[in-house]
Design a protein around this ligand. Sequence first.
Ligand SMILES: C[S@@+](CC[C@H](N)C(=O)[O-])C[C@H]1O[C@@H](n2cnc3c(N)ncnc32)[C@H](O)[C@@H]1O
Length: 218
Amino acid sequence: MAERRNLPKIVSIVKYHNDGRLTAPAAARNAKPIIQLVRKTVTKPGNALEIASGTGQHIVKLASALPFLNWQPSDVDITRLNSIKSWSNDQNLKNLRPPCILDATEEGWSKKHRDQDLILLVNLLHLISIKETKILIKEISKALAPKGLSIIYGPFMRNGKLISKGDMEFHYSLINADLNLGYKNDIDILNLFNEAGLVHLNTEQMPANNLAFISKKP
Ligand SMILES: C[S@@+](CC[C@H](N)C(=O)[O-])C[C@H]1O[C@@H](n2cnc3c(N)ncnc32)[C@H](O)[C@@H]1O
C-alpha cells in the first residue's frame, strides 16, 4: 500500500456534502477538455479503467458522454470511493461499475484488471515518486489489452523545466512536503513508456499548462 503522505492543502481542495459526495473545483474545471480528449482518442467499445478517480465528478460525466465504454472507477482512498458511489447513485448509468479500491503504486494490481481497452489517469503522477511512477506505468502496460490505449494527464516539466510561476510554486510546495513528490519530466515519462513496452502516440497540450500523454499497447 502507498505510504500516506502529508500533502500541501492545495492538492486536495474539496468540499464535503452531506450525502457523501465531494466536489473539487479543479475537477469541475478540467472535466470538459478531458472528456473531449477521451472522445477523440477512443472510438471503439470496450472496458475503461480510471485510476485515482478522486471525487467521481469526472467518471460520471465520462460514462454519460461515452456510453460505448464500460467504466470502472477506482481510488486508494475510502472517502473518495464513497464519494464516487454517491455521484454514481444519482445517475443510474448502466455502463458505470461500482468503484473499487486500487493502489496504483502497488506492484501486481494489473492481475485483477486485465484486458482494458482504455486506462485513464488524471492528476496523480506529481503526487507520487518516480519509483512509484515506474511501477504504475509498468502495471498499466500489463493491464491493457492488445491495442489498448492509456491517457495520462497532469502537470509536467518540459525537458526538465517548469514553465510558469504557478507551476514552480506548486512543484516546490510538493517538494517541500516530500522530496520524492513533484512534477515529473516529460522525457522521463516517454522513457518509462518505452521500458514498459508502450508506444507513445502523442502528447496533447491541455489547458492550464497540463499535458496528456497518449500511448498504446502494441
Ligand atoms: C489530485 S486527486 C485527482 C483526482 C481525479 N483524478 C481528478 O482529477 O479530479 C489525486 C487522487 O489520487 C488518489 N491517489 C493517491 N495515491 C494513490 C494511489 N497510490 N493509487 C490510486 N490512487 C491514489 C487520491 O486519493 C486522489 O483521489
